[in-house]
Design a protein around this ligand. Structure first.
Ligand SMILES: C[S@@+](CC[C@H](N)C(=O)[O-])C[C@H]1O[C@@H](n2cnc3c(N)ncnc32)[C@H](O)[C@@H]1O
Length: 256
């Protein structure tokens, strides 16, 4: 894994899946991936996870601690699954800000929430997780679902999210992690590197983006490294919940 110590170094390389690319190029490469898959993103999520992503997101939403009337932020919101759940939790008296770096994905989220009748107290902002354009101490809860893996400088993103959390506020990081599958591990690899890209070609006409998905999962910090990264950026009471044998993990941290 490339460390975030390279941040700002124009000569430094970072991971884009298994490829090594200049640090400053990763953001555009990631944008290319999500531009390509945006129109089939939701269908592909259901197909490749056999619907499990809905359970992982439900588990996450149950740990927001949000109450009606509070403020929540969804970072790297994609097509807005978590945003929708946050909006339902804070209700009409609350406020939700939905952000993503990619305009197409954000447009999908806007349609999704408008169709669900969630207007008025929901705002949509195109923003990079590394430099969130919000005031210090604005939100009671922040979620980032399957987004941190794609961010170039993960430490900067964690600091940025911590900055805009209110004291006592909670960060929820839902992300693929290191599974403990024992004898089934070769099957997981087979699925990741053989089946996923083929599904990507069939469903989204894009094998490369789903090969990137499999590779980027392998490059993402494992459960314990994520806990360390969060603590190093000032989060406290950090906890990790393994889901589906650690294929996915939810990390929770509090800004005190
Ligand atoms: C795999 S999707 C996840 C979407 C949604 N949160 C979900 O759980 O289904 C990852 C999202 O992260 C966004 N993203 C990637 N890099 C980002 C960054 N630096 N800042 C904000 N969003 C980013 C992408 O545009 C994409 O919409």
């Amino acid at each position: 894994m490339t460390t975030d110590e390279n941040a700002g170094d124009e000569q430094a390389l970072t991971d884009f899946g298994y490829e090594r690319v200049p640090w400053h190029e990763k953001r555009d490469r990631v944008r290319g991936v999500f531009d390509s898959v945006a129109s089939r993103y939701d269908l592909m999520n259901d197909v490749m996870s056999l619907g499990l992503h809905r359970l992982w997101k439900r588990f996450t939403l149950a740990r927001t601690g949000l109450k009606p009337g509070q403020a929540a932020l969804d970072v790297a919101a994609g097509s807005g699954d978590l945003s929708l759940g946050l909006a339902r939790r804070v209700g009409a008296a609350g406020r939700v800000v939905v952000t993503d770096i990619n305009a197409r994905m954000l447009a999908g989220a806007r349609d999704r929430l408008l169709n669900a009748g969630l207007v008025g107290n929901v705002a949509f902002v195109q923003a990079d997780a590394e430099a969130l354009p919000f005031r210090n101490r604005s939100f009671h809860c922040i979620s980032i679902g399957f987004g941190l893996r794609n961010v170039t400088d993960k430490a900067a993103a964690l600091r940025s999210m911590r900055r805009v959390l209110k004291p006592g506020g909670r960060l929820l990081v839902l992300e693929f992690s290191k599974p403990r599958l024992g004898a089934l591990e070769p099957l997981y690899d087979l699925y990741s590197f053989q089946v996923l890209p083929r599904l990507g070609r069939l469903v989204a006409d894009d094998a490369a983006s789903y090969r990137y998905l499999a590779e980027s999962i392998r490059r993402h910090p494992d459960q314990d490294s994520m806990l360390e990264l969060m603590r190093a950026q000032g989060f406290e009471r950090c906890e990790c919940f393994n889901l589906s044998a650690g294929i996915v993990a939810l990390h929770v941290g509090v800004r005190l």
